[in-house]
Design a binder for this molecule. Structure first.
Ligand SMILES: N[C@@H](CCC(=O)N[C@@H](CS)C(=O)NCC(=O)O)C(=O)O
Length: 243
């Protein structure tokens, strides 16, 4: 079987990717035992969305967006990403994904990219491999674009306390939903778990004690969940993210 080529953000802070969406996709592929090769982004993304992750096909075409990629692969390999779940459980997964990817994600991006105390760590992890002049130029340009997108989305129009509260509310809700189950999907992991791991592991791995990281740390079930996911899917992985 030909390996799927996944283009994404490079490893950082002991994680296979500094991008929640890339880590989510790779985790899901591992969960479903689908062979893939992780390719670290070295040029501007070639996807039509301009974002990572994307799949690079043999004919040079690309498929972007973790959820679109997952539904396409699921169809191709005749996999039910919901693992036979009921309509209510599917709805739960849908809402978990939306919370992680359309709300909490932006609070986390704001911390990493906007906050001047955390920005150098983000910059070095993402652009550190580039030669110095290119590194500075690209980091400045992409940061400007990211900050504009945070304004457009709206999160950056709030003050830091409000942004932390928005992220905290999402994390508290996620912790309550998980409760004492091992996984968001139930006894076995599913798509919601791949997405939750992509985000929560990234919050925990960031080297500073940010407000969002502290909230995760205060919720033992979320921390234990990350440990469980790491053991299940990434135990053998070196921090260079080799797959
Ligand atoms: N909905 C997309 C979101 C992907 C996304 O936002 N990726 C970020 C990295 S975590 C990105 O490429 N950002 C660059 C940009 O916004 O231009 C997915 O699920 O793949």
């Amino acid at each position: 079987m030909e390996h799927i080529r996944v283009v994404g953000m490079r490893p950082a802070w002991g994680l296979p990717s500094s991008s929640p969406f890339c880590l989510k996709l790779e985790t899901w592929l591992r969960m479903e035992k689908i062979p893939y090769i992780a390719i670290a982004l070295t040029k501007p993304p070639r996807s039509h969305t301009g974002k990572v992750p994307y799949i690079l096909r043999a004919d040079g075409s690309t498929v972007a967006d973790s959820n679109v990629i997952i539904s396409g692969i699921a169809e191709e390999f005749s996999i039910d990403p919901a693992h036979g779940a009921s309509a209510e459980e599917r709805a739960r997964t849908h809402l978990i994904l939306r919370t992680l990817e359309e709300s909490l994600y932006f609070a986390a991006v704001w911390e990493r990219w906007q906050q001047t105390e955390y920005w150098p760590t983000t910059r070095d992890a993402i652009f550190g491999y580039l030669p110095p002049i290119l590194r500075q130029l690209l980091a400045m340009t992409i940061r400007r674009k990211m900050l504009a997108s945070l304004q457009g989305q709206g999160i950056a129009r709030h003050d830091s306390a409000r942004i932390a509260a928005i992220g905290q509310a999402d994390l508290v809700a996620l912790s309550s939903l998980l409760g004492e189950r091992p996984y968001f999907h139930g006894d076995k992991p599913g798509l919601a778990d791949a997405s939750a791991y992509g985000t929560l592991a990234n919050l925990l791995a960031f080297p500073h004690s940010t407000p969002l990281k502290r909230v995760v740390e205060q919720h033992e079930n979320l921390v234990d969940f990350c440990g469980r996911m790491k053991n299940a899917f990434w135990s053998e992985a070196a921090s260079d993210g080799a797959s």
